[in-house]
Design a protein around this ligand. Structure first.
Ligand code: AMP
Length: 184
């Protein structure tokens, strides 16, 4: 069983690598960003609440996100060999809530992957990606939120777990094989 959390700044390739890992290891891949974008497209109650926040590059409130992740984990693990969470947790409160969820579900062997790249590389990549929240101004803002709110979580995990750091710059296949090597 693989219980993986993948971290890294916006644009580092978490989504792409998570998908590859999920395919290879038969994991449930939950991208909270994807989940929110789908809700926004479908104009669900959640989508209506989240639309403005996501488009501005701000964080959706913790209680909403924690509820989504708890439910998704309970509903989607049948037939899978574990999961990979991509984009969650993003705040210390989310990380602490996740500990409670994991305890309830009996998961105690969590693998932390941390994909890294420098800020200018990320801005260049994201501007090219061209999603609605990928203008330079919003990207810089998302990077700031990432540095303020999400990076401290990595230190939190470091205090009781190994963090597998991987360089997120280079060819997709090479980065993927570095990840696979570290998962062995
Ligand atoms: P991402 O696809 O991971 O870059 O997420 C896109 C946007 O979705 C973020 O900029 C946030 O507005 C929102 N989002 C995704 N995951 C979370 C989370 N765990 N907590 C709060 N907001 C989130």
């Amino acid at each position: 069983m693989y219980h993986i959390l993948i971290f890294g700044p916006p644009g580092v390739g978490k989504g792409t690598q998570s998908q590859l890992i999920a395919e290879k290891k038969n994991l449930f891949h939950l991208s909270t960003g994807e989940y929110l974008r789908k809700a926004i497209d479908e104009e669900t109650t959640l989508g209506k609440k989240a639309k403005d926040i996501v488009e501005k590059g701000l964080l959706v409130p913790d209680d909403i996100m924690i509820g989504i992740v708890a439910e998704a984990l309970k509903a989607n693990l049948d037939g899978k060999d574990g999961f990979i969470l991509d984009g969650f947790p993003r705040t210390l409160d989310q990380a602490k809530a996740l500990e409670v969820i994991f305890k309830e579900m009996g998961f105690n062997d969590i693998i932390i992957i941390y994909l890294k790249a420098d800020e200018n590389e990320l801005v260049t990549r994201l501007v090219k990606r061209g999603r609605k929240d990928d203008t330079e101004e919003i990207i810089r803002h998302r990077l700031k939120i990432y540095i303020d709110s999400t990076e401290p979580i990595i230190d939190y995990y470091r205090s009781f777990s190994e963090v597998k750091e991987i360089c997120g710059v280079g060819e997709i296949e090479d980065i993927f094989s570095n990840i696979c090597e570290k998962l062995r």
